[in-house]
Design a protein around this ligand. Sequence first.
Ligand SMILES: Nc1ncnc2c1ncn2[C@@H]1O[C@H](COP(=O)(O)OP(=O)(O)O)[C@@H](O)[C@H]1O
Ligand SMILES: C[C@@](O)(CCOP(=O)(O)O)CC(=O)O
Ligand SMILES: [Mg+2]
Length: 338
Amino acid sequence: MTVCEAPGKVYLFGEHAVVYGEPAVPAAIERRATVTAEPRDDDHVRVEAEDLSLDGFTVEYAGGRGERPDIDVPTPLVEAAMGYVDAAVEQAREAADAPDAGFDITVQSDIPLGAGLGSSAAVVVAGIDAATRALGEPLDRRELAERAYRAEFEVQDGQASRADTFCSTMGGAVRVAGDDCEPIDAPNLPFVVGFDGGAGDTGELVAGVRELRAEHEFAADTVESIGDLVRTGEALLAEADAESDPEPALLAELGELMDFNHGLLAALGVSARSLDAMVWAARDAGAHGAKLTGAGGGGCIVALDESDATETALSFTQGCEEAFRAELATEGVRVVEP
Ligand SMILES: Nc1ncnc2c1ncn2[C@@H]1O[C@H](COP(=O)(O)OP(=O)(O)O)[C@@H](O)[C@H]1O
Ligand SMILES: C[C@@](O)(CCOP(=O)(O)O)CC(=O)O
Ligand SMILES: [Mg+2]
């Protein structure tokens, strides 16, 4: 039995624009998905994922005791739920050159699903790592990240960047632009997350931005402007001392860029009333800056605040279900049991 765990992430800035080759800077956070893989004697895959719940289904039964009911769960729902685990198993089979390998897989996660904290990437990264190790074919981290990206790309119908999967694999803060992925030195930033209890559909939201960008030059310019602000932010991080606490001036400047980034994402139509409310609650509480994180549509915002004020304000904000401090996960995917 092999157990691996991989972290989720927040975007300091650059989501969505990163899909079109602009740079982005995500940072891994100490919330992890844990995947257990146990090879089987046959080619079946059995998945236990207790965090996944279905919205509803129909059951038909004849009434005879001991008879199995016929449960009708719409295929798209099952596919949406299972897609990432399935794609991770496929990547592991291909990497280990074991097309018929079967597994018992268990997934457990403290990353909310579909909320912009990269639960899908964490599940895929930990899943491929656990399954390839279980087959005795561990991958180096670059190859693991690349295969995890391919899995996300496939499930999201060709609409994914390498940002989430590279960040979850490597840990810490990273910079991703197209296929150029590098870890970066960043000071330990005081991230506070607000979660509205909801989720957004990553594939749909990315497709929406893609359409807008194709239709309007000003939308394409907005995507480019996000890239420009990320380049400004990267330069600030590069000058900062990664070993000591961030200077107030650096936090103020990064916060300003985060605020700007949120405005541009809202212009591209990926914010939501609940996300805007949490962003404003954080700013009113004195956060250096706040923005939605990930695909948007619902889910999480991230703010910068070294004091408790933002977390407290968010916990009293209508529409915020949970507020928490997110520590930087300096270690990416790791083995829990060999
Ligand atoms: N604990 C889990 N168990 C099984 N699948 C999961 C788990 N967490 C996430 N997933 C998969 O990831 C999907 C959510 O990914 P996505 O929409 O990209 O949002 P995000 O990556 O922001 O959390 C879920 O629908 C599910 O398929
Ligand atoms: C919108 C996007 O930039 C980030 C999606 O992040 P998440 O899956 O919502 O955590 C898509 C991508 O980079 O693959
Ligand atoms: Mg995702």
